[in-house]
Write a protein that binds this ligand. Structure first.
Ligand SMILES: NC(=O)c1ccc[n+]([C@@H]2O[C@H](COP(=O)([O-])OP(=O)(O)OC[C@H]3O[C@@H](n4cnc5c(N)ncnc54)[C@H](O)[C@@H]3O)[C@@H](O)[C@H]2O)c1
Length: 425
């Protein structure tokens, strides 16, 4: 009171103590109830009853809603809907895969620690698929096995697409333990959680880096795997542990060994936005675009004395949309108690020099090129034989023109010079 500067008198006669005495029901001359005087009370009672009724209706509706019972759509299996856990779904390939799965009517849970991916990609997907039960994002580091297990416990997952990984060959040469932990250890964690919670379908992101530098080209799935850098070795170890586990289980596993992934969603909804701090490890398309935008002075080509047609390395460049299509086919055709391995590439090699020319065409910028020494851990020539995936999954790469694939990626990049943070349309 004092704080308000008011001094109210307190005592039996003060307004604080004074109370209106309740008005008794008046009896009329015939000894009956005076209904007129009862009207306010009846009105009050009916109002209370109405509130009670409405509350009961709301409670019943709430009880039946999945969120009240803790059973969100993500926590219940639904006939005809495949709930796919996409690890690394905030990253380049994972976000494109999530987009395709959502377009196909699947339910998607993205798990990512955002160490390399972009929340902007997830927000874009959420904007495209805002309906309840379509897409949820869970922030989690796969190294946290307790949290990973909780995610499997709380969600009714039908299949896992395991993209999450750090994935730069040169970085793996400098910091190998980080790679073994992030790739091999985390795959083991995911696999153990799948086993515990009975999730029996896995599509695993592997890489042509597991083959090392084979003597024979093209690379088939039976080409011996002799990786020569920690990134390739960590992926090969993950493949091995998946294979060993699956031998005595009824798991359906598809191991996809990607070649070099380029391009972006042709409709411009998603793109590739690596972190600026990773520029020094950048993949060739990122470096070309950075050079075309004037962010870096030019492109550095590492090695022009390889035993190839023009002395630069040869790679097999696969459009991300084609790659994602291979995942969808793998998901559809995964067979119980079987592990299948597929190369996902175009079957056609292009030299770094050809790639740079295609990049110049796509960007319209005559980027400066500097030739440097070879990069440790690089292989001269790598291209796939994709006949197995064509035969068994009916998958064929559709985007074979480098200039057109790079044009898709450049369009998005030009409109998003700062990645997902700012769009300039
Ligand atoms: N890009 C290529 O050319 C290529 C080629 C062959 C294989 N791959 C494989 O494809 C997969 C995806 O590659 P990308 O190019 O999209 O990479 P990316 O860096 O764009 O995406 C990887 C995602 O995984 C997340 N991640 C990393 N470690 C995590 C952890 N411990 N917990 C949770 N999330 C984590 C990152 O934040 C990121 O969003 C990787 O497994 C990679 O090895 C890529």
């Amino acid at each position: 009171m004092g704080s308000l500067g008011l001094a109210l008198p307190v005592g039996p006669t003060s307004p604080v103590f004074r109370r209106r005495s309740p008005r008794p029901y008046r009896m009329n001359n015939f000894g009956g109830v005076d209904w007129a005087s009862m009207q306010p009370r009846l009105f009050f009672v009916s109002k209370v009853l109405l509130v009670v009724l409405l509350t009961a209706i709301c409670m019943r509706a709430l009880r039946q809603s999945p969120s009240f019972t803790g059973l969100s759509k993500f926590a219940t299996h639904e006939r005809g809907v495949t709930h796919v856990l996409v690890t690394g779904g905030a990253g380049f390939i994972g976000s494109h895969a999530a987009l395709r799965l959502l377009e196909d009517g699947h339910r998607v849970t993205i798990v990512d620690n955002l160490s390399r991916g972009n929340m902007g990609a997830v927000e874009q997907l959420q904007a495209l698929f805002p309906e309840p039960g379509r897409l949820q994002f869970i922030y989690c580091d796969l190294g946290d096995s307790k949290r990973v297990n909780e995610i499997f416990k709380e969600n009714a997952i039908d299949a896992v697409m395991h993209f999450a990984a750090i994935a730069y060959v040169s970085e793996s040469m400098v910091d190998p333990l980080r790679y073994y932990h992030n790739i091999t250890f985390n795959t083991l964690t995911v696999l153990e959680a799948m086993k515990t919670y009975g999730v029996k379908k896995l599509i695993y992101s592997s890489t042509c880096a597991t083959y090392g530098e084979p003597e024979m080209m093209p690379i088939t799935e039976t080409t011996p795997q002799v990786p020569i850098n920690p990134y390739g070795k960590a992926k090969k170890m993950s493949e091995d542990l998946i294979q060993d586990f699956a031998k005595n289980s009824d798991f359906s596993v598809m191991i996809l060994r990607y070649f070099n992934v380029i391009g972006s969603d042709p409709k411009g909804r998603l793109g590739e936005a690596p972190r600026p701090e990773l520029r020094k490890h950048a993949r060739i398309s990122g470096a070309c675009f950075d050079a075309a935008m004037g962010i870096i002075p030019g492109i550095q080509v590492r090695g022009s004395d390889y035993n190839t047609t023009d002395g630069t390395c040869i790679r097999d460049y696969i459009h991300v949309t084609d790659l994602v299509d291979a995942h969808v086919k793998a998901l559809e055709k995964a067979k119980r108690a079987e592990v299948s391995v597929y190369n996902v590439g175009t079957g056609k090699g292009s030299s770094v020099k050809e790639f740079v020319e295609a990049c110049k065409f796509a960007t319209g910028v005559n980027v400066t090129v500097t030739i440097l020494d070879r990069r440790p851990g690089d292989y001269a020539e790598v291209y796939s034989d994709p006949s197995k995936i064509r035969r068994e999954l009916n998958w064929v790469a559709q985007h074979l023109d480098l200039e057109s694939s790079l044009s898709d990626a450049w369009r998005w990049r030009k409109q998003h010079p700062n990645g997902y943070s700012v769009a300039m349309i």
